[in-house]
Write a protein that binds this ligand. Structure first.
Ligand code: HEC
Ligand code: HEC
Ligand code: HEC
Length: 428
C-alpha cells in the first residue's frame, strides 16, 4: 500500500514544484505587464491608436499628413487584424524604425523618430504588455485616403535615410540622474517634440534633442500651436518654476496657464498617470533648456492700468474691449488675471504672447471642456464662441487681449480666424 502510493506522492510533489516555478514566472510576467502598461501611458499609445468611441488600441483614428489622411492601426494582440503575430523583434522594429511586420514603411505620423530612443529593457516590457495585458480586438485596418502615386511608401525609406536618428538614448555625462531620466522620457516615449518642435518641408522635426536650437521651440499641428518649452521669457517656460511645470503636467493647470487643445489628451491619457519622480525629472530637463525661438521684446511685466481705462469707460470705442467686457471678463477678470488655476489668466500668458495666434483663435472658436483628471471633468470649461461671434469679432476680442495688460503682442487677423473656423468645422 505504502509502496503503491509512493509514485503518486512523488508525482504530486513534482507537479507542486513545477506549479511553484510556474507561478514565480507568472509573477515576473505580471510585473513586466504592469511596467509595460505604465510605459504605454508614458508613450500615450492610446491617444492615437483609438478612434473616438472606438475600442481602446484598436486604431482607426484619422490623422492628417501633408499628403492626405491616414488611419492609425489596430495594435491589440488580435492575430489577424492586430499585432498578435508580431515577434518582439518585429515590434521593436516598428517602434524604432517605422517598419511594419510585413516590411512596409510607416508614415512618421507614428512618432518612431522619438521612440527610436526607447531602451531594450523598456521595449521588452512594452512588448510583454501588448501581448499579455491588452484585450485583443478584431477590427480591420483602414487604407489611407491617398491616391496613387502619393500612397506609395517607398519614398519613406529615403526619408528615413535622411531624417531618422537611429540609436537608443545614451545618458549624458555631467548631468544628474533626474536630468537624464527627464531627457529620456521627453525625447523618447513622451515624443513631446512631435508637437512642440517646428517641422521642416519634409514634415521632419527640425531637432530631436537639446543639441538643436529649434528643439521644442513651438510648432503648429492640426490648428493648434504647441507652445515654446525652452527657457524663453515671454512665450516659453522662462517664468515657470520646475514645480509650476510639474503641476501643469499633473493637473493641467497652474498659476500661469491651463491646458487646452491637443495638450488635453496628453494630460488625460499620459502625464497625469506618471509618478511624481518621473514628472519632476521631466520638469528638471525642460527647465534646463536655454531660451530659444523668442523675439526681441523686453521681458514681460504685468501692468493693469492701460486696459482698466478702456474696460471701465462704457462708451469704449474699441470693439475688442466691448466684446471682452460682455463675453470674457466674468471669467478672465478685468485685470486679465483670471482665477488661476481654475480660470486661466490672459495677462502675461505665454500662449497669448506667442506670435502665432492659432491656439488662441482655435480655443475661442471651439472652447475646451475635455480635460479629465482621475475621471473628473474640469469644472469651468471655456465656452465655444463659434456660434456666437463672427470672424471679425473674434479677431477684435483677441486683438484686445493681445494688447491689454502690457501683453504687447500684434493684432489677430480676420483671415486667420476664417481659415481656422473652416478647418475645424470640417473636422467636427
Ligand atoms: C502621434 C500618434 C501615434 C502615437 C502616439 C503612437 N502611434 Fe503607433 N502608429 C501611428 C500611426 C499613424 C500608425 C500607422 C502608420 C501607417 O500606416 O503608415 C502607427 C502604427 C503603429 C504600428 C504598426 C502596426 C501595423 O502593423 O500597422 C505599431 C506596432 C505601433 N504603431 C505601435 C505603437 C505603440 C506601442 C505606441 C506607444 C508607445 C504608439 N504606436 C504610439 C500613430 C501613433
Ligand atoms: C499632440 C500634441 C502635443 C504633444 C504630444 C505634447 N504637447 Fe504640450 N502642448 C500642446 C499644445 C497645443 C499646447 C498649447 C496649449 C496649452 O497650453 O495647453 C501645449 C502646451 C504645453 C505646456 C504649457 C506651455 C505654456 O506655455 O502654456 C507644457 C508645459 C507642455 N505642453 C508640455 C508637454 C510635454 C512635457 C509633452 C511630452 C510629454 C507635451 N507637452 C506633448 C500640444 C502637445
Ligand atoms: C465660463 C468661463 C469662461 C469664459 C466666459 C471665457 N473663458 Fe477663456 N478660458 C476659460 C477656462 C476655464 C480656460 C482654461 C482652459 C480650461 O480649463 O478649459 C480658458 C482659456 C482661455 C484661453 C487659453 C489660455 C491659456 O491657458 O493659455 C484663451 C486665449 C481664452 N480662454 C480666451 C477667452 C476669450 C477671448 C473669451 C471671451 C470671448 C473667453 N476666454 C471667455 C474660461 C472662460
Amino acid at each position: 500500500m505504502r509502496n503503491a502510493l509512493k509514485p503518486l506522492f512523488a508525482a504530486l510533489f513534482a507537479s507542486g514544484v513545477a506549479l511553484g516555478m510556474l507561478s514565480t514566472a507568472r509573477a515576473a510576467d505580471d510585473a513586466l505587464v504592469v511596467r509595460g502598461a505604465y510605459l504605454a501611458k508614458a508613450g500615450d499609445c492610446i491617444a492615437c491608436h483609438s478612434a473616438p468611441r472606438g475600442k481602446p488600441l484598436a486604431g482607426g483614428l484619422p490623422m492628417m499628413t501633408p499628403l492626405g489622411a491616414i488611419y492609425t492601426t489596430n495594435i491589440t494582440p488580435d492575430p489577424d487584424t492586430g499585432i498578435g503575430r508580431y515577434t518582439e523583434e518585429d515590434f521593436a522594429r516598428a517602434l524604432r524604425e517605422g517598419v511594419a511586420k510585413d516590411g512596409h514603411n510607416l508614415y512618421p505620423a507614428m512618432p518612431y523618430p522619438s521612440y527610436a530612443k526607447i531602451n531594450d529593457e523598456d521595449m521588452h516590457a512594452l512588448y510583454t504588455y501588448f501581448m499579455h495585458g491588452v484585450t485583443p480586438v478584431r477590427q480591420a485596418n483602414r487604407d489611407p485616403d491617398m491616391k496613387w502615386p502619393l500612397n506609395m511608401r517607398w519614398p519613406l525609406k529615403l526619408w528615413n535615410a535622411v531624417f531618422l536618428d537611429k540609436g537608443i538614448y545614451q545618458n549624458k555625462s555631467g548631468k544628474d540622474v533626474a536630468w537624464n531620466r527627464g531627457a529620456y522620457l521627453i525625447q523618447g516615449l513622451g515624443h513631446c517634440g512631435s508637437c512642440h518642435t517646428p517641422r521642416g518641408i519634409a514634415f521632419q522635426e527640425k531637432g530631436l534633442d537639446e543639441n538643436s536650437g529649434t528643439y521644442l521651440t513651438g510648432g503648429l499641428l492640426d490648428n493648434w500651436f504647441a507652445s515654446n518649452l525652452t527657457g524663453e521669457h515671454n512665450t516659453g517656460l522662462g517664468r515657470w518654476s520646475e514645480q509650476d511645470i510639474a503641476a501643469f503636467l499633473k493637473t493641467g493647470a497652474n498659476a500661469h496657464a491651463s491646458a487646452f487643445g491637443s495638450m488635453t489628451s496628453v494630460i488625460n491619457n499620459s502625464t497625469q498617470e506618471l509618478t511624481d519622480t518621473d514628472i519632476a525629472a521631466m520638469a528638471r530637463y525642460l527647465k534646463s533648456l536655454p531660451a530659444s525661438g523668442g523675439d526681441t521684446r523686453a521681458p514681460y511685466s504685468y501692468d493693469a492700468k492701460a486696459s482698466k481705462v478702456s474696460l471701465t469707460r462704457p462708451a469704449a470705442t474699441d470693439s475688442g474691449a466691448r466684446l471682452y467686457t460682455v463675453y470674457c471678463m466674468h471669467c478672465h477678470g478685468a485685470d486679465g488675471r483670471g482665477f488661476a488655476p481654475m480660470l486661466a489668466p490672459l495677462a502675461g500668458n505665454p500662449n497669448v504672447l506667442e506670435k502665432d495666434a492659432s491656439s488662441l483663435i482655435n480655443v475661442t472658436l471651439n472652447g475646451t471642456g475635455d480635460l479629465v483628471l482621475h475621471g473628473v471633468p474640469a469644472p469651468y470649461p471655456m465656452p465655444r464662441y463659434a456660434p456666437v461671434l463672427n470672424d471679425k469679432q473674434i479677431a477684435d476680442v483677441l486683438t484686445f487681449v493681445r494688447g491689454a495688460w502690457n501683453n504687447n503682442t500684434p493684432a489677430v487677423q480676420i483671415d486667420d480666424v476664417s481659415k481656422i473656423r473652416k478647418a475645424t468645422q470640417a473636422a467636427r
